[in-house]
Design a protein. Structure first.
Length: 439
């Protein structure tokens, strides 16, 4: 790999922190999910650290139906992501703004229009994290759509992505306000979309000029075979979850190997696994901070969260100090279910131990240590063909993000792994993506 290759960093925002018990910590801001000043502070911290992007995930439903989870986990109050990022756009100047939106419960024209507006508002910093939605709770809020089988969700997503890309590419650079001033638009640079597919019909143009970065960045997080194929064809960035170096390397090589068939180069897509860092001045301090958070997890909450990602109703029929039972095949979050099963088997963890581990970062990689130790771990995966960067999931906000920016980022810079300043004003430019080619 190139010696001048730079690590990409995203800040994954989640109310008071990614740890399920973060809201119970003495430093917590329990109302963080609906406090715009809190999110503006986080955005400015990340931009001060020269992060590539902010990322906000979404689910179009109340998160917690389980009574214990509903009363003991602060995940049921949140802003709608695109509304939040529009507010953050006017309070930042360089950092990218990526939001999750589902292809199952939206229509291509409306979603393409909304992201095009965010891209204009931010000067070319928007990104769309395409998801297919596997939650039964979401499905109940959209009875006309419902929860489709996994294969059908991705079939719909393929068609949706193509329609959105066609709409964004239907307007050439300079189509509006052409030189000379005699016309408002140059009709030769406008290309109306006429698409009739199995799932969607799209006719017409977006009422938006092309943005400074051409169109919003496309982001994917699918880990199933069909999800990786969609990412290889359409994505600019892939978010991933992996526990071990070997798992991360396998996933990285798999996705990159799929690009050539679509006429793409390996560097045309940036793979950014999640990392939940706990920074301490010493290793013991970092581990003590982690343990303090772990002690705040009620067993009922940890087990309920684990059950939700395993896509089963509950685990109460099984002894907490016994092993995870065999899991039935699911139509829901297949890749995360397998990650959990593999972790429990590999580490020989009981249900209680697995639940407590999983509650820290929902299956993402957790690293507790000094700034140098965290940088060591990140550098290994970056240099050993496992990552192009990382989606940083601070367990506690704002302190976890502040500590990472204040202590880990300078260590990465000292090693020549991370930028000193932004290369440009658009997300595409700062990610180091090649010039945009219409698809």
């Amino acid at each position: 790999m190139s010696s001048d290759r730079k690590m990409r960093l995203g800040a994954f925002l989640m109310a008071g922190g990614h740890h399920i018990a973060a809201w119970r910590h003495p430093q917590a801001h329990a109302q963080a999910g609906v406090d715009i000043d809190h999110f503006i502070e986080l955005a400015r911290i990340a931009e001060r650290g020269k992060f590539d992007m902010l990322f906000v995930e979404d689910a179009a439903a109340i998160r917690e139906r389980n009574p214990e989870m509903a009363s003991q986990a602060a995940r049921s109050t949140a802003f709608e992501p695109l509304s939040l990022l529009a507010a953050l756009a006017v309070n930042t100047s360089h950092i990218g703004l990526v939001a999750t939106a589902s292809t199952t419960y939206n229509e291509p024209y409306g979603l393409a229009r909304t992201f095009a507006s965010l891209d204009q508002l931010s000067g070319g910093r928007a990104g769309w994290n395409l998801v297919t939605s596997a939650s039964e709770l979401e499905a109940e809020n959209f009875a006309s759509s419902g929860l489709r089988p996994h294969s059908e969700r991705y079939e719909r997503a393929e068609e949706f992505a193509d329609a959105a890309l066609a709409l964004w590419d239907g307007v050439d650079d300079g189509a509006y306000f052409p030189e000379g001033g005699a016309r408002f638009a140059d009709r030769t640079r406008l290309h109306p979309v006429h698409r009739r597919g199995k799932h969607f019909t799209v006719e017409g143009l977006l009422e938006s000029p092309r943005s400074a970065q051409g169109r919003p960045i496309m982001v994917q997080a699918g880990a199933s075979d069909v999800g990786k194929e969609l990412a290889a064809r359409t994505a600019d960035v892939v978010f991933a979850a992996s526990q071990t170096l070997a798992e991360a390397q396998t996933y990285y090589a798999d996705v990159k190997s799929r690009l050539a068939k679509y006429g793409r180069k390996p560097d045309d897509i940036k793979i950014m696994p999640g990392i939940s860092p706990i920074v301490g001045t010493t290793e013991d301090e970092a581990k003590a901070k982690y343990q303090a958070l772990q002690e705040l997890i009620p067993d009922a909450v940890g087990v309920a969260l684990l059950a939700s990602y395993l896509s089963i109703q509950d685990l109460s029929a099984y002894p907490l100090d016994g092993p995870l039972p065999d899991m039935p095949q699911t139509n829901l979050i297949q890749s995360r279910q397998q990650l959990i099963i593999d972790l429990g088997r590999r580490e020989n963890l009981s249900i209680r131990e697995l639940a407590r581990h999983f509650a820290g970062a929902r299956g993402h990689w957790q690293v507790a240590g000094t700034p140098a130790q965290i940088a060591d771990a990140m550098e290994e995966r970056f240099s050993e063909g496992a990552a192009d960067g990382f989606n940083v999931m601070a367990p506690l906000f704002p302190s976890g993000l502040e500590e990472f920016v204040a202590h880990v980022v300078p260590e990465l810079r000292r090693r020549g792994l991370f930028r000193e300043d932004y290369e440009g004003r658009t997300l595409r430019r700062n990610l180091g993506l090649s010039a945009l080619i219409k698809r």
